[in-house]
Design a protein around this ligand. Structure first.
Ligand code: KG4
Ligand code: ZN
Length: 346
């Protein structure tokens, strides 16, 4: 057992289509991170096939956990607690990770900590991999901060005044940002997963070719992306009716620009309004190069964006969030159930 602040957390993540395990020390220092992706399997279906995802987790979970411990040069006895994603996500996928975590906790006599996947995404900004130089350790995010969460199923703005506290200022009224990327990719005939394929198509496109709407939800901190998606659909239909070839790169670039502008403008406005000095961007869409560039190119606020590897689903982020819960004395019972729907705050 280590000192509380040096605690080592073994975490498991299986909320969607990645089976992941990681070990983290002191909430930030990554000792190992293993992700077994099912992307190629689901690409055949054009999206995540829940039944296939849970069966795949069953195959991967044991080897992935074993590999995470091996890479960290630790035995199960040497970790202090087991953290696991409890939700939100696909029930059949969550169950596999949760039961594996319970087995490890019972077998090794370690505390079990259920973690919200969205909280995990936020904590990915605390994670760093050791370069061997102390001077390379990035500064931890400082409170109060404004967290923009942009994933496949969620888009929301949360004000954090301290660890593990969230005040939701606004959220999407319709599609999540990642969902808009995925749906638009399908409309443009681009392959699954949609986000990365829209991004690469956009690289050779002109972001000013089409002026897609920047939805303004005035007076509120909510977002709306269905208008942008509908505008793309209308344009595609119009061109198809006229027998015009669809300029996929220009449409992808113009769509991406509309999403990025909307996310940046609202986040900056909220950051000013609530007087924070730092912004945090998290979730799968934070892997988007145009979004990262837009946030990094403004000088008003310090921006925390996770390293690319920790933007999409992984267990390092669950280990970090699990660490802060562990040090606050949070423990889950062995009869803990999964929570397929679980808001971060209400
Ligand atoms: O956080 P995540 O891995 O899973 C959820 O918790 O939902 O996010 C997945 C979402 C998908 O919608 C995917 O298309 C999007 O993140 N995404 C991206 C990029 N990489 C992943 N969206 C835009 N650009 C990317 N490079
Ligand atoms: Zn996620």
């Amino acid at each position: 057992m280590s000192e509380l602040t040096d605690a080592r957390i073994l975490a498991i993540e299986s909320s969607c289509d990645e089976t992941a395990a990681a070990v983290i020390e002191n909430g930030r220092h990554l000792l190992s991170s293993v992700v077994a992706s099912q992307m190629e399997i689901h690409a055949r279906y054009g999206g995540v096939y829940p039944e296939v995802a849970s069966r795949q987790h069953v195959l991967s979970i044991g080897p992935v956990v074993e590999q995470a411990l091996t890479q960290a040069h630790l035995s199960l006895a040497e970790v202090d607690a087991i953290a696991v994603t409890r939700g939100p996500g696909l029930a059949g996928s969550l169950v596999v990770g949760l039961n594996a975590a319970k087995g490890l906790a019972i077998g090794a006599g370690k505390p079990l900590i259920g973690v919200n996947h969205l909280e995990g995404h936020i904590y990915s900004s605390w994670v760093y991999a050791d370069s061997g130089h102390k001077s390379d350790i990035p500064a931890a995010p400082q409170f109060p901060l404004l967290a923009l969460l942009v994933s496949g199923g969620h888009t929301e703005l949360n004000l954090m005044t301290g660890h593990l506290t969230y005040r939701r200022l606004g959220a999407t009224l319709d599609d999540a940002a990642g969902e808009a990327f995925d749906k638009t990719a399908r409309l443009l005939g681009l392959p699954y997963p949609g986000g990365p394929s829209v991004q690469s198509a956009a690289e050779t496109g002109n972001p000013f070719a089409f002026r897609f709407p920047r939805a303004r939800t005035d007076g509120a901190w909510d977002f709306s992306f269905s208008g942008i998606k509908t505008a793309v659909l209308r344009e595609v239909r119009r061109m198809q009716a006229n027998g015009v070839a669809i300029p996929v790169a220009d449409m992808a670039a113009s769509f991406q620009a509309a999403i990025v502008d909307t996310l940046l403008a609202k986040t900056l406005a909220a950051a000013r309004e609530f007087g924070v000095s730092e912004i945090l961007v998290a979730g799968g869409v934070s892997a988007n190069k145009a979004l990262r560039a837009a946030f990094m190119n403004q000088a008003e606020f310090k921006v925390n964006i996770p390293k690319f590897a920790f933007c999409t689903d992984n267990a390092a982020m669950i280990a970090s969030a699990g660490y802060f819960r562990y040090t606050q004395g949070d423990r889950s019972a062995l009869d803990m159930d999964v929570m397929p729907t679980w808001p971060l705050s209400s």
